[in-house]
Design a protein around this ligand. Structure first.
Ligand SMILES: [Zn+2]
Ligand SMILES: [Zn+2]
Length: 176
């Protein structure tokens, strides 16, 4: 049903949904994931071996311009990579772990409240809002605490070589 309304809004814009375009739109809508061009290309190729990269790029551009697909950079965790997701999902914030790259989606009323506050504060009409939050997931916080501990010199006196001891003494001497 969602796809029907999508096709309808495309037709209103005079965009013809070819079979290949439809495959891409279906993939983005049905997975509900954040997919990059390579992933989309691979998945689309399984359904239509004749699809090429240029079609994927062009279709994404068209779907983005038509407001059907959202383009994300997810805090550039993956470099310059962009990710695409359906706009049929309810508005949500992306919570990205900057260590392992895990992406969580935060749905909820606070986002709508923020939107309304911005509209009334600036007399602004919000068309599109994108909220990204970067940090460390619970798992990575534990691993990072361990990494930081291991980096402390006093945590591993056994590994200190005489040479590094000498370097430290010289460093001390310079400070004095
Ligand atoms: Zn993590
Ligand atoms: Zn998302």
């Amino acid at each position: 049903m969602a796809l029907d309304s999508t096709e309808g809004s495309l037709k209103q814009r005079g965009v013809r949904l070819t079979r290949q375009r439809q495959i891409l739109l279906e993939l983005i809508d049905s997975t509900g994931a954040h997919l990059d061009v390579d992933q989309l290309y691979r998945m689309a190729k399984e359904r239509d071996p004749k699809i090429n990269r240029v079609t994927v790029y062009r279709t994404l551009k068209m779907l983005k311009a038509g407001g059907l697909v959202d383009e994300l950079d997810l805090m550039h965790f993956g470099g310059d990579q962009h990710y695409y997701e359906t706009r049929l999902k309810q508005e949500h914030a992306h919570v990205i772990c900057l260590r392992c790259g895990r992406v969580e989606e935060f749905f909820g009323e606070p986002l709508q409240r923020l939107r309304k506050q911005i509209e009334s504060h600036f007399g602004f009409q919000v068309l599109l809002a994108r909220t990204e939050v970067g940090g460390y997931c619970a798992h990575c916080q534990t691993l990072r605490a361990r990494d930081i501990d291991a980096m402390r010199p006093e945590a591993k006196p056994a590994t200190k070589s005489p040479a590094s001891g000498a370097r430290e003494r010289r460093a001390h001497a310079r400070q004095e």
